[in-house]
Design a protein around this ligand. Structure first.
Ligand code: GLY
Ligand code: MN
Ligand code: MN
Length: 462
């Protein structure tokens, strides 16, 4: 007996969740025009890919509660294939993808009403595929037109995202393997960019952020990655304090830091790594002081990441270390903000650390999955935010389970201000790794690129 593909196994789980007389519709992503005659590079829909492994555009998957799956896909068309490339086609799809049947996409509007007929409930992803709600309404109205001939129209519509998000949150062995490989490629890319920065500066060359971006792309593609998982951030000097900065043309200067937040996508899965290194290979004293603080906070967050812990535990652990460190190095004035507990309670650290310590990682770089523990969703507590004065409703944070994947990415960003020591002005540091939750702790899959300051300096000498 052959083991079912991961895609078939996932379709079977979805079928079970639908109930015996339910039906699920999952389209892939549309192609999008960039400008005249040119499309954006195509990226399939993550939900669709999760259930099919199929990367062609113009396709829709149907799963029914009896466990059957039907793929609508682009028909073979040798003339179009000369221009746009190979199509699998409906004849080859069942054997290639393990679906029970495949139908040309041209027949979708004619066939879908028949598939929807006499079902109790139709499931599809809500608010994630533009225009899908209207298309479903159109198909259902065709079913309704046949009610007087005895057809039953589904009475219920359900959001399939809830089912799929929960499934996607825990990565199976197949997914973990791809994510390890994606992170390994990205780690090599970071090393390459660091070494290029130091080498070009040693050679007296004019180094720009885009030169380092080019090194990242080179290593991504050499490793077989299809594209970056998100717009790479290559931020020299003060640009590192702009959280969503993109690689641009700013000069990379000796004596300044470079923050690179970049990860490749491999076979549909993202990696997400940040390193902050000295452009010429040697941290200055103030840079090193803040770097070691961010690293210590990351170590505390890593230690708090394990099955049974809450999603917010790593964040709380890193905030504790950062808050104490901000007092110790003089970023925060004890006379004004008090003790570390006050810094945390009043969120005085927020001025220098204004984002969360992590997010789910998977097919999407900010992956799907609820951050609230489903079994405790009814437990609500209220608090007042000390900075905005807003009333915030909190629900218990998600309990981590083996196979969940998250980033651990604390940072410090110091904008110039008269009450902040000048030696720290314009320093922006983030350290980000990708972690698979295990029973005893977590596996850091992105440590192919070192994080310790001494190790970064050593590899930049090489
Ligand atoms: N690169 C996006 C993030 O770190 O969340
Ligand atoms: Mn991230
Ligand atoms: Mn990142």
């Amino acid at each position: 007996m052959t083991t079912p593909s991961p895609y078939a196994a996932r379709r079977a789980r979805v079928a079970q969740a639908l109930g015996p007389n339910g039906i699920a519709l999952v389209p892939t992503a549309p192609e999008r025009a960039r400008n005249r005659d040119t499309d954006f590079l195509y990226r399939h829909d993550s939900y669709f890919y999760y259930l099919t492994g199929f990367t062609e555009p113009n396709a829709l998957l149907v799963i029914t509660g009896d466990g059957r799956s039907t793929l609508f896909c682009a028909p073979k068309d040798l003339e179009r294939e000369i221009w746009d490339g190979y199509r699998l086609g409906p004849e080859a799809a069942p054997a290639a993808l393990g679906v029970d049947a495949a139908i040309p996409m041209n027949d979708l509007d004619a066939q879908l009403p028949r598939l929807l007929e006499n079902r109790d409930a139709v499931w599809f992803p809500f608010a994630s595929h533009e225009g899908l709600e209207a298309r479903v309404a159109g198909w259902l109205s065709k079913v309704r037109a046949r009610v007087r001939f005895g057809a039953q129209c589904p009475q219920q519509q359900h959001d399939l995202c809830g089912v799929l998000d929960e499934m996607r949150l825990v990565k199976d062995a197949h997914e973990q393997d791809i994510m390890r490989r994606a992170a390994a490629i990205s780690a090599r890319a970071h090393i390459r960019a660091m070494q290029t920065s130091a080498r070009m500066l040693r050679a007296g060359q004019d180094v720009r952020e885009h030169h380092l971006d080019a090194e990242l792309l080179h290593e991504f593609r050499m490793g077989g990655s299809q594209y970056p998982a998100y717009g790479s951030i290559v931020a020299a000097g003060a640009n590192a304090c702009v959280l969503h900065y993109r690689a641009d043309a700013a000069p990379v200067r000796a004596g300044e830091l470079v923050l690179i937040d970049a990860g490749c996508e491999l076979d549909g899965y993202a990696s997400d790594i940040t390193r902050t290194f000295p452009a010429n290979g040697t941290y200055t004293g103030p840079q090193r002081a803040l770097y070691d603080l961010v690293l210590a906070s990351q170590e505390a967050a890593v230690a708090a990441t394990r099955a049974g812990a809450r999603f917010t535990d790593p964040h709380d652990a890193s905030v504790k270390v950062l808050a104490q460190g901000m007092l110790d190095v003089g970023l925060l004035d004890r006379n004004k903000v008090g003790h570390v507990d006050d810094v945390i309670a009043q969120r005085a650290y927020f001025r220098f650390y204004m984002h969360r310590t992590g997010h789910w990682l998977g097919m999407d770089v900010h992956d799907c999955g609820s951050y609230v523990e489903p079994s405790e969703v009814g437990t609500v507590s209220e608090r007042q935010d000390p900075l905005s004065g807003e009333t915030i409703k909190d629900r218990p944070s998600r309990i981590l389970r083996p196979g969940m994947v998250l980033t651990i990415e604390p940072g410090i960003y110091v904008r110039p201000a008269s009450d902040v020591p000048t030696q720290f002005h314009d320093i922006g540091i983030r350290i980000e790794d990708d972690a698979i939750v295990t029973a005893a702790g977590c596996e850091l899959i992105s440590r192919g690129v070192p994080v310790k300051a001494d190790e970064i300096e050593a590899l930049m000498r090489g």
